[in-house]
Design a protein around this ligand. Sequence first.
Ligand code: SF4
Ligand code: SF4
Length: 672
Amino acid sequence: MSVIVWTLAFVALLGLFGWQVYRRFRLFTQLPAAARFDNIPQRVKTTLVYAIGQLKFLRGEQPAGIIHALVFWGFLVLGGQVVTMFARGWFPEFHLPLIGSGGLLAPVYMISRDLLEAVVFVCALLLIARWLFIHPQRLMGFKPAEEKLAGHSHWEAILILVFIATITSSGLIYDGGRLVFMAGDPHVEADRAFEPVAAIVGGVLAGFGADTARAASDVAWWAHNLVVLVFLNLLPLSKHFHVVTAIPNVFFGKTEPYGRLSKQDLENSEIFGTSQMRHFDWKQVLDMYSCTECGRCSSQCPATATGKPLAPRQMLLDLRDYLYAHPESVLDENSQENIVGELTGVTDEVIWSCNTCRACEDACPVHIEYVDKIVDIRRHLVQEEARFPTEVTRVFKGMETQGNPWGIGADKRADWAEGLDIPLLSENPDAEYLFFVGCAGSFDDRAKKITQAVARILKAAGLSYAILGRDEPCNGDTARRLGNEYLYQTMAQMAVEVFAGYNVKKVITNCPHCFNTIKNEFPQFGGEYETVHAATLVADLIKQGKVRVGKDIDESIVFHDSCYLGRYNEVYDAPREILKSIPGARVSESERSRNTGMCCGAGGGRMWIDEEPSQRVNTLRVDQLLETNAGTIASACPYCMTMLSDGVKEKGLEEQVKTRDVMELVADSIAD
Ligand code: SF4
Ligand code: SF4
């Protein structure tokens, strides 16, 4: 009788789970393709390190990270227990080959399983207590952008944790009971030494007699198996679907450079950007399925921290919830719903609040990608609906007419070099490096001083370099991050042609945005160069003794990481090495530095978009940097310089705090 009941329950609940998973994944057949089957060795390595190895959990906030890792590893091992207990519904003496009783690896497996069952049980209780009594803000939602999260899934999370506690404790009671009522069985006796926790449970049950131990073991078997099957069915209905999708999501993550956005096919596309659910490719929807709702992304987001309507987790959940409620929006080819706005809660303001800083992506333990989705939506808003902040109009116009976002006359591009004897590539075609100055370094008065400092250093090092002068084109980065892909592609194509005309092979740039675009995105247009940021080059020149920093500068300095130099291109050490090599420089670190460094507020074209005084990212960043009590804020990006020096001014601290580029500090310290 019990075999029949078990068989019916197994078939019904597993079948229901299969149907639910099918419903979720059948959408993928209707979604645009994503090229995520390349670089298999790299994908396997990333999966082993981040999904199986749980690296982001281990190096992130504790003790939550280690607890999650233990639960994950526990579940990997407990898979064998689930298979065994399921199979014993039909074959009471079933043992898994190799790792089951009597198997070659049985001692290692059984002792790991036994201990991990106990560890996961304790972890589940701790996590339940955290939800009930501690209410961490990261889980409860950051306001105001995540107002909706309050009460959203908290009971669901607690229920799942109760299930986990039940699955693990019932496994121990099941095995503990067997140790009592099956005492003397050769398999049970062989296993006893490798099940220390089950043996303790068995010792307690033995006090009530063998019959009670058998009854407890039977009840535990049913509880375990039914809870596992119900648990499986809750997964596709909840955030815990990540149990199924997180490992594939990490495997199918981006293997191209982080700083390379997709190249839109402008000639053959009928759709520009994303405005409907069915415009997201299958990987972007897999992201939505994979969110654990942990809030690590929103905890790092500068927009969320400054009270803007964007919180990355909320944005993703709004899209996911809409998709779950309206799967026909993907399946119906004629669906015309526009996901930007009240329909989903992902409004224009949400989309334009993003600094494209990647802090969210870097923090996400399951490698969810945000910047591509946000820029894809911007592409639609800009190219199909001309819906963008009014301030952006003059930026596009400046780029179209004068070739720079400032809109300053193109003929003034090389004014910074006047009287400085800077070599021109047209007159020095054999120069080894092109020093690509960029629009900020050419037109912004403060940034021009940084450009002049770079030129001084290159000259002092005797490096073979030249500039393009008035022929230097804009690389179009600002247009791309603001969603104007057409303008970007026009400018990038033109720049690659100019570089080809001068036979450029090696490029130096001090602007991380130029650096990222030339290095990572110009190859999409056939432009392949050896591109180096000035910080990396100058750090090497100092090491080689070609640049000699000798003058004492006597400054306490905190270094601010530019997102496009650090998180996008992993240049963290070079600027720090430079600063530490300068005599008299005392270098400190902000609490948020390197990969967790917060954006200055300029990224993603936000430099050009007005902010409410109470919501300024730059002033918050200045506050964070000044917690170190440094007298100088150093950066390695002209956009960061503008934002940080404005932030210092807004706080009325310009007399006390200096803002300097690393190159200016080197130039000041160069020995005569
Ligand atoms: S890229 Fe930066 S600003 Fe945009 S959502 Fe992520 S953390 Fe927030
Ligand atoms: S996107 Fe990633 S970091 Fe953000 S809540 Fe989801 S799983 Fe956590």
